[in-house]
Design a protein around this ligand. Structure first.
Ligand code: GLN
Length: 263
């Protein structure tokens, strides 16, 4: 199963977010400690989307309308991309979403299939699967607007993203859009739905089977599938929860979407 993280806070480097820490996202690609329900390593690609900021820049406006996230995605293991490791030391950001991928059986290995998925200011990742996709997802697909169908893509995650994107484009608040998506997708028994969404100012995440942790300090938020280091202050988000957070506030509420919850 994939691992992902989202960061909001003071300007830092992509390297600090992805490669630093005893249990960094890079380490989780080859030695994850909390993989539940299948998967052993995350070697089928990786990606990072980030809102750029010079590392030493004391700007307060990142997250404003002027900023759009940049995207870097590759197939193959993150540890193999030495150029990215070097480049990431000089790329600054105040808001980012990164993921390492373990492709679900039957899903393509391609850059397009790697999170994060980007749309305007939005970055999205899905850790989990829809069992029996695409046949099991007929009802979910039927609720998609026609325009979104064309971009629902070749993976279960791309389908979830097309659904969510349509709701965001319609102006729905991100938290209720994510909650509703978990509710709709959880109708497929055995769905695993750890979703992660950010626009650089807010992070919305769901837990539905897989692990998720949060670490916060004044003006700084990290949400991650696993604690990135042994420091104090990592709190596990309970299963079946919706997390809505900014740099300064975290709200975690239960999700009760589905009459039956197959595992
Ligand atoms: N099902 C998604 C994919 O194939 C996510 C996989 C995962 O969480 N391991 O990319």
């Amino acid at each position: 199963m994939c691992r992902h993280l989202a960061y909001l806070g003071p300007a830092t480097s992509l390297a600090a977010l992805i490669f630093e820490g005893a249990n960094s996202l890079e380490r989780q690609s080859w030695a994850p400690t909390m993989m539940r329900q299948g998967g052993t390593v995350n070697v089928d690609g990786f990606g990072v989307g980030w809102f750029p900021a010079a590392p030493d820049e004391a700007r307060a406006d990142v997250g404003s309308e002027a900023d759009a996230p940049l995207l870097y995605r590759r197939t193959g293991p993150i540890w193999n991309d030495h150029g990215f490791a070097e480049m990431s030391t000089v790329v600054g950001t105040r808001a980012a979403l990164a993921a390492v991928r373990s492709a679900t059986v039957g899903m393509p290995i391609s850059e397009e299939a790697c999170a994060p998925f980007r749309h305007g200011r939005w970055l999205f990742s899905h850790n989990g699967l829809l069992p029996g996709w695409p046949d099991s997802a007929t009802r979910l697909i039927e609720t998609l607007p026609t325009a979104a169908l064309a971009t629902s893509g070749a993976t279960d995650s791309a389908l979830l993203w097309a659904w969510l994107r349509a709701r965001l484009d319609a102006g729905d608040p991100p938290a209720s859009a994510v909650r509703d998506l978990v509710g709709a997708a959880a109708q497929i028994p055995g769905s695993r739905l750890n979703l992660l969404l950010t626009d650089g100012s807010t992070v919305v995440a769901s837990t539905w089977t897989h692990s998720l942790f949060v670490q916060s300090a004044p003006g700084r938020l990290m949400v991650s599938s696993e604690p990135l280091d042994t420091a104090e202050g990592w709190t596990e988000v309970p299963d079946a929860s919706l997390l809505v957070a900014t740099r300064d506030e975290i709200d975690i509420t239960p999700i009760h979407p589905a009459p039956s919850r197959g595992r």
